[in-house]
Design a protein around this ligand. Structure first.
Ligand code: GAR
Length: 223
């Protein structure tokens, strides 16, 4: 058991509601982490305001100031490594990461994606789910590997798709679940209960054949 909070760095591009869920969970004493810095590639990301309100250091690193993805990611790595995090948390960071970046943080880099992976990798997941006519949709927390949205999954949450749903009503239902499973996944990692190995995700030393899937209407009894 660790005695000090796990240092983490959070990367964002926008609203930062998942960042807020982490901040709130930490403030309630449920998440043993210390957010050392929040880095955004966009200066107008509302998540920066959320971080500052919580007294967390913020950095804006605009991709427009760099000639290439590799150059941007090298600077990003420098900023992150200076804070010595044990985990890098992508919370709506809307950039493709270079292979060098991903490999540098392999097993220490996680993402939340708004679909039940492997369904709907990439962008516009809610629109695509509605167009495909699926009855269930959701979100996934996964370790990041070089192939986009294809890393081993830690936990998922499922929501129903309802008659009359629009991309925004469906997104809102999914986001409620994101705010539940992301802090939980980070907590498991901080407690040393989750590891990524070559053949998948291990929880409490046992390989997960398939990730746990929370249902939207269940009471939050998971620990
Ligand atoms: C979240 O819904 C997250 O799943 C999605 O961006 C949103 C960020 O919201 N991430 C991706 O699409 C990654 N490919 P937030 O800024 O309010 O946390």
């Amino acid at each position: 058991m660790r005695t000090s909070p796990m240092p983490i760095v959070v990367l964002i591009s926008g609203n930062g509601s998942n960042l807020q869920a982490l901040i709130d969970s930490q403030a309630r004493g449920e998440l043993p982490v210390e957010i050392r810095v929040v880095i955004s590639n966009r200066s107008d990301a509302y998540g920066l305001v959320r971080a500052r309100k919580a007294g967390i250091e913020t950095i804006v690193l605009s991709h427009r100031d760099f000639p290439s993805r590799e150059a941007y990611d090298a600077k990003l790595m420098e900023l992150i490594d200076a804070r010595q995090p044990e985990l890098v948390v992508l919370a709506g960071f809307m950039r493709i990461l270079s292979e060098r970046f991903v490999n540098h943080y392999l097993g220490r880099l996680i993402n939340i994606h708004p679909s039940l992976l492997p369904a709907f990798r990439g962008l516009d997941t809610h629109e695509r789910a509605l167009r495909a006519g699926v009855k269930e949709h959701g979100c996934s927390v996964h370790f990041v590997t070089p192939e986009l949205d294809a890393g081993p999954i830690i936990i998922q949450a499922r929501v129903p798709v309802l008659d009359g749903d629009t991309p925004s009503t469906l997104a809102a239902r999914v986001q409620t679940q994101e705010h539940r499973i992301y802090p939980l996944a980070v907590k498991w990692i901080a407690e040393g209960r989750i590891q990524m190995r070559d053949d998948g995700v291990y929880k409490d030393g046992i390989r997960q054949e398939s990730p746990p899937v929370l249902e939207a209407d269940t009471v939050a009894t998971e620990s």
